[in-house]
Design a binder for this molecule. Structure first.
Ligand SMILES: CC(C)(COP(=O)(O)OP(=O)(O)OC[C@H]1O[C@@H](n2cnc3c(N)ncnc32)[C@H](O)[C@@H]1OP(=O)(O)O)[C@@H](O)C(=O)NCCC(=O)NCCS
Length: 155
């Protein structure tokens, strides 16, 4: 599948929210204000995967938290999965986090999201811990982390 990774533009917002609604069960999907809140945080950024015909295939929202990066969400439309879109989005976000000076990335994913857990493990993430009731007090989360490779400092 041919696509490019680009920065989020304001006109994308409704499309991204609809993709998020389609990707997650109602208790996990963000409301519009929630998604807008996370995307507008001062240290957060959003990257979009755009197909060659111009449609949005997926997006990632990430942020820097002091020396750590945090993946807030990554969503790929069902028809474009297993074609490398998620990998390209994650790689681009990790690259941006690395350039912002972060040395590690963390994220949370539901314990029952097998596809996401396999995806993150394939990308070098390890399960650090389980947080009981992380999602609305009802569903546990795995916290997964990855060290980002830093280039040696030139002296
Ligand atoms: C998780 C998600 C982002 C992966 O995106 P994707 O574009 O399908 O990922 P890629 O095509 O880059 O997959 C890379 C590798 O991850 C692993 N992987 C991805 N999806 C997988 C699945 N459903 N089952 C097993 N392994 C999977 C595979 O190793 C895959 O490589 P391969 O296709 O050559 O075997 C996508 O499934 C998604 O958007 N899911 C719904 C939203 C979601 O759960 N997001 C995570 C929030 S915590």
């Amino acid at each position: 599948m041919l696509f490019r990774i680009r920065k989020f533009e304001k006109a994308d917002f409704d499309t991204l929210w609809q993709i998020d609604q389609a990707c997650f069960d109602p208790q996990l999907a963000y409301s519009r204000p929630e998604l807008a809140f996370y995307m507008r945080r001062p240290e957060s950024f959003t990257l979009v995967a755009e197909g060659e015909a111009g449609g949005v295939l997926g997006f990632i929202v990430a942020e820097t938290r002091r020396k750590s990066g945090h993946i807030i969400t990554i969503d790929v439309v069902a028809e474009a999965r297993r074609t490398g879109v998620g990998s390209a989005l994650l790689h681009a976000a990790e690259d941006q986090l690395l350039r912002a000076g972060t040395t590690a990335v963390a994220l949370e994913t539901p314990v029952n999201n097998d596809a996401a857990i396999r995806f993150y493990k394939q990308k070098g993430y390890f399960v650090e811990k389980t947080v009981a009731g992380y999602y609305s007090g009802q569903l546990d989360a795995l916290v997964m982390t990855k060290e980002l490779a830093q280039s040696p400092v030139k002296l």
